[in-house]
Design a protein around this ligand. Structure first.
Ligand SMILES: Cc1ncc(COP(=O)(O)O)c(C=O)c1O
Length: 396
């Protein structure tokens, strides 16, 4: 009765835990959500001011490609990063999610293959399943912070059905950031094998220790195969304002994406009004303040977790996630136990079992993903709960 594609949809890695978290909440337990990738910082007031000053009596559809004023401000933002994209090379979408969906719809027929370093952002799976795209995982190692393997290894995975290499950088769920050399290597493969490079850079400003994210959009060649995916969700703490971007210099590709944009008429006009104000008024100083906050959280979490016996993790370099190996056989069972049977000071934590981020699930069985988009007090309590929880769980 229902499509095979929809029946093949993988569920979110945290879904298994939801009944347990519901029960804990009903029992009055405060749950610290280490599973949520949503910044807790305030959305800058300029967003709301721009919406309040909208001044039109009707909220009309906007151009399918996005409001001109927003495209201009996105152009300016990219120019400041050393990337020159013309207006026709920028399309506005309903979040990065729609940018990804439209990109995949445009590039892939069912049965074709995408190469993707695993572990990867689990929602990609929904798009792959919906479109019948076959995922071929590029192996990376937890032990070396998920660096890309050698060029030959990646090349050996390419078949005549491979259409694109796709990745998020900085990485969700890994918190790792690719070096310029790694990205240039992918660019070489893209050119030699005629593959698109889909570079999801929604966490671009979330990179620590004084570094800058290298964007594939800064490369001097191959820009017609490089597709940048972007979003305001994390950058400006505006996850509920659904504004994303696709940037690419291949006219034919962009014409197809525009057709898809036209078929859904428009995205939210008011969200675009707020977004254009933010792109116009926020500069490096804003990103630095946000970045410093996240780096403090990263340092706190990393120090706290690495001192717990048996816990292993890499120091996250970017985004606000890390994969953490726990001294338990099955991290999903432990996560359920934390929600269902453990509390400290009437609180517990919700983790995301990491196996759902892997193609080869066995690699994630004793690991969880932790998100540190939370203030320091909450993180401090969360670390304590994990420490005490592990002690109790392993003494059972
Ligand atoms: C790697 C990555 N890409 C894309 C998205 C999509 O974000 P949005 O649709 O809110 O722009 C997310 C959201 O968490 C993400 O983590």
């Amino acid at each position: 009765m229902f499509s095979k594609n929809i029946q093949n949809l993988k569920t979110s890695p945290v879904r298994e835990l939801i009944p347990y978290s519901k029960k804990a909440k009903e029992a009055g337990i405060d749950i610290i959500h280490l599973n949520i990738g949503q910044p807790d910082l305030e959305t800058p007031k300029e967003f709301f001011e721009a919406v309040e000053n909208f001044g039109q009596e009707t909220i009309a559809y906007s151009d399918s490609s996005g409001r001109k004023e927003l495209i201009d401000s996105v152009k300016g933002y990219y120019k400041n990063l050393g990337m020159n994209y013309d207006s026709e090379e920028i399309l506005i979408t309903a979040g990065g999610s729609e940018a990804l969906l439209f990109t995949l719809m445009t590039l892939f027929d069912a049965g074709e293959e995408v190469l993707i370093p695993e572990p990867y952002y689990a929602n990609y799976n929904s798009f792959f399943a919906m479109l019948g795209i076959k995922v071929v995982g590029i192996p990376t190692q937890f032990e070396d912070n998920f660096k890309l393997p050698k060029k030959e290894v990646i090349e050996s995975l390419v078949t005549e059905k491979t259409k694109a290499i796709m990745f998020s950088n900085p990485g969700n769920p890994t918190g790792s950031v690719y070096s310029k050399d790694e990205l240039l290597m992918l660019n070489e493969i893209s050119k030699e094998k005629n593959l698109f490079l889909i570079s999801d850079e929604v966490y671009r400003e979330f990179i620590y220790d004084g570094k800058d994210t290298v964007s594939c959009g800064t490369f001097s060649d191959n820009l017609e195969r490089i597709i940048l995916i972007d979003s305001i969700s994390k950058r400006f703490s505006t996850c509920g304002a659904r504004v994303g971007t696709i940037l690419n210099k291949n006219k034919e590709f962009m014409a197809y994406i525009l057709k898809l944009c036209q078929s859904r008429l428009s995205i939210s006009t008011l969200d675009m009004v707020g977004a254009e104000a933010l792109y116009r008024c926020k500069d490096r100083a804003y990103y630095e303040v946000v970045n410093a906050k996240y780096m403090e959280r990263r340092d706190f979490l990393y120090e706290g977790l690495k001192n717990i016996e048996g816990v292993v993790l890499n120091k996250p370099e970017g985004a606000f996630y890390c994969i953490v190996q726990l001294p338990v056989e099955d991290a999903t069972e432990f996560s359920k136990w934390l929600l269902g049977e453990f509390s400290y000071d009437n609180s517990t934590v919700m983790l995301t079992p990491a196996k759902g981020f892997y193609q080869r699930e066995e690699l994630g069985v004793n690991k969880v993903r932790i998100s540190y988009a939370l203030d320091l007090d909450r993180l401090e309590k969360a670390v304590k709960i994990i420490e005490l929880g592990l002690k109790k769980y392993n003494s059972k």
